[in-house]
Design a binder for this molecule. Structure first.
Ligand code: WT7
Length: 567
């Protein structure tokens, strides 16, 4: 039996108080995600239940009960508090998917500070702009990532503490650096949790836009109300499930559904901190008897490519329910998964800004492969006519995906970017920046983004950030970055550049530029190709037209180029 119940039934009389009641929360109560994800589960009699199974690169295995994660959160919280860190301070998590990442998340929230999770593959430049913007006070990291932090620390006056969770005693530390070893720290049984309320800030997740630097998306503790109920109904987690969310907590899926959702329900989850291969993944599912699996289209397409035969080498019968997020889930992938796993992947659509799933293939609802499904109960979704911003009736015409604001996990603002935040709302609708159609039965069909942001393997890449990194190379005069098609990732990054006088286009130079920007960006933002141009297409006002280059890559009509410089 699924938790979900019938979609139509759920729509009737829906109210978020359903989740509040189940969480035992009443308006005006204290509410702390760290407490809800650990202490409360222990109080409900599940202290000895497994919360986390972890497996690392090197085959290292660790496991933690809900009581263990409660104590770890207290212990880390105490350590941070003793440093003088407090509520509203931004504390960055910059680690691989090791247990300390998940446990520090709870500790930071328990002291009322704001978690700023950053993907550990970020290069120093990507790290720097986000730490500078957030005026981050402390960063929790691993020895292996220290060189990146050391490179930028002198430019970050607000950064007071660099906490290293795996320090080797023999290694010397530099200024501001201090070790913290969870395993040897004495566990803190009693801890005074910061008295956070619904609107107390919880997370600051950075997301990429088309123009300008990445934006910090502000969330609050009350978001748990959405995350809890969508996890329960859409991911359909049940008490004896073993759950695997493949996303890294550097991205919102890895926090909303890789920490908060499952642990607020007291569900056992598994974390695999190892590179991708079909064998590794199937073996992990078999070994831990994963029953609910939340992943992404690029991973699914990679598994498809690895073929069906390898699936037969593993016992995957534990799988009960599958879901996907982050990029378009093509119908072939849904049909394939039904064939080889006996279950379809249920597509879900949402964003860093929405904090929780907005549109989904609700369990039990008829799946139309290739469609994202329908809005979650309590969510009013529409596609808007792009000029008037009024809803288009369900007639298959393309419009802008928009939602009526007001669900619990909705972002509360962009950090220090009030105007950019306001621009996201028109006529009382929140604009996602995506385009879709709605069919006669109310199913949403994703068309594409409404801006130049590149979605490569489910990761949003800002063309601006890559262009800026390119421009720092002495040979590069101008740059324009667009998506090009890719069989597995759907989109990959492609750069066009013009060179400064005195530089010759040459494969060696391309390699040199690649190496130059690799250190600044993360691997997934790296261009797969750099093409030299004599000049870039520009508007008369001098703005580079990525649209023209994009159309060229996708073999599409270029459209209106009347503002082009040399038409
Ligand atoms: C953007 C948000 C929230 C989870 C991870 C991404 C794209 C997301 C789907 C989907 C097609 C999707 C959209 C959206 N996207 N889910 N099911 N089908 N596209 O969070 O990094 O904020 O990215 O990812 O373009 O706006 P994010």
């Amino acid at each position: 039996m699924s938790n979900a119940g019938s979609y139509e039934e759920r729509l009737k009389d829906f109210d978020w108080s359903i989740a509040e009641n189940e969480l035992g929360y009443h308006k005006g109560d204290l509410i702390n995600i760290g407490w809800y994800c650990s202490d409360r589960i222990c109080l409900k009699g599940k202290a000895d239940k497994m919360a986390l199974y972890y497996e690392g690169y090197d085959g290292i295995e660790k496991k933690y009960t809900f009581n263990d994660i409660r104590l770890a959160g207290n212990t880390i919280g105490t350590f941070l508090r003793n440093l003088g860190l407090q509520n509203e301070d931004r504390i960055c998590l910059f680690m691989d998917r090791i247990p300390e990442l998940y446990l520090s998340f709870l500790g930071i929230l328990k002291i009322g500070a704001i978690v700023q999770p950053l993907f550990s593959a970020f290069g120093d430049e990507s790290l720097f702009v986000r730490l500078e913007d957030a005026q981050t006070r402390a960063i929790i990291t691993q020895r292996k990532h220290l060189p990146k932090v050391r490179k930028i620390i002198d430019k970050l006056p607000f950064l007071e503490f660099v906490i290293i969770v795996d320090n080797d005693q023999k290694k010397t530390l530099e200024k501001k650096e201090l070790p913290f070893d969870l395993e040897s720290a004495s566990p803190v049984e009693n801890f005074e949790i910061f008295p956070s309320v619904a609107e107390t800030p919880s997370l600051l997740h950075y997301t990429s836009g088309t123009t300008g630097q990445p934006k910090g998306v502000q969330h609050v503790h009350y978001s748990i109300v959405s995350q809890y109920l969508t996890t329960k109904w859409i991911l359909d987690l049940q008490d004896d499930d073993i759950y695997w969310c493949t996303a890294d907590p550097g991205w919102v899926t890895g926090t909303s559904y890789g920490i908060i959702g499952p642990w607020s329900m007291g569900i056992t989850q598994c974390v695999l901190d190892a590179g991708f291969s079909a064998q590794t993944w199937y073996k992990f599912i078999e070994k831990y008897k994963i029953s609910m699996w939340y992943s992404a289209p690029t991973a699914i397409r990679s598994l498809m490519k690895a073929g069906e035969d390898i699936v037969k080498d593993f016992n995957l019968t534990s799988l009960r329910h599958l879901a996907s997020v982050g990029e378009p889930l093509n119908s072939e992938a849904v049909i394939w998964s039904e064939k080889v796993f006996g279950k379809p992947f249920h597509d879900t659509f949402w964003q860093t800004e929405t904090g929780s799933i907005m549109i989904s293939n609700f369990p039990g609802m008829k799946i139309k492969p290739g469609s994202m499904g329908k809005p979650f109960p309590g969510i009013t979704g529409a596609v808007l006519e792009p000029k008037t911003f009024t809803p288009i009736p369900d007639n298959g015409k393309i419009g802008l995906i928009a939602f009526k604001p007001g669900w619990p996990a909705m972002m509360r603002g962009y950090w220090k970017k009030e105007e950019k935040y306001r621009e996201k709302f028109v006529n009382g609708w929140y604009l996602t920046g995506d385009r879709a159609t709605i069919d006669k039965e109310g199913y949403f069909w994703f068309i594409g983004r409404d801006d130049d942001v590149i979605n490569t393997g489910g990761h949003l890449v800002s063309p601006f950030e890559v262009e800026s990194a390119l421009l720092e190379h002495p040979a590069v005069a101008e740059s324009a970055v667009v998506a090009k098609p890719d069989e597995i990732m759907m989109e990959v990054v492609k750069a066009f550049i013009t060179l400064k006088p005195g530089f010759e286009s040459h494969p060696d130079l391309e390699l040199e530029i690649m190496n130059f920007i690799r250190k600044k960006l993360s691997s997934m933002a790296m261009p797969q190709e750099i093409e030299y141009m004599d000049k870039l297409p520009k508007t008369r006002s001098g703005k580079i037209m990525r649209r023209v280059l994009h159309a060229k890559e996708w073999g599409e009509e270029i459209g209106d180029i009347s503002t082009l410089e040399d038409d």
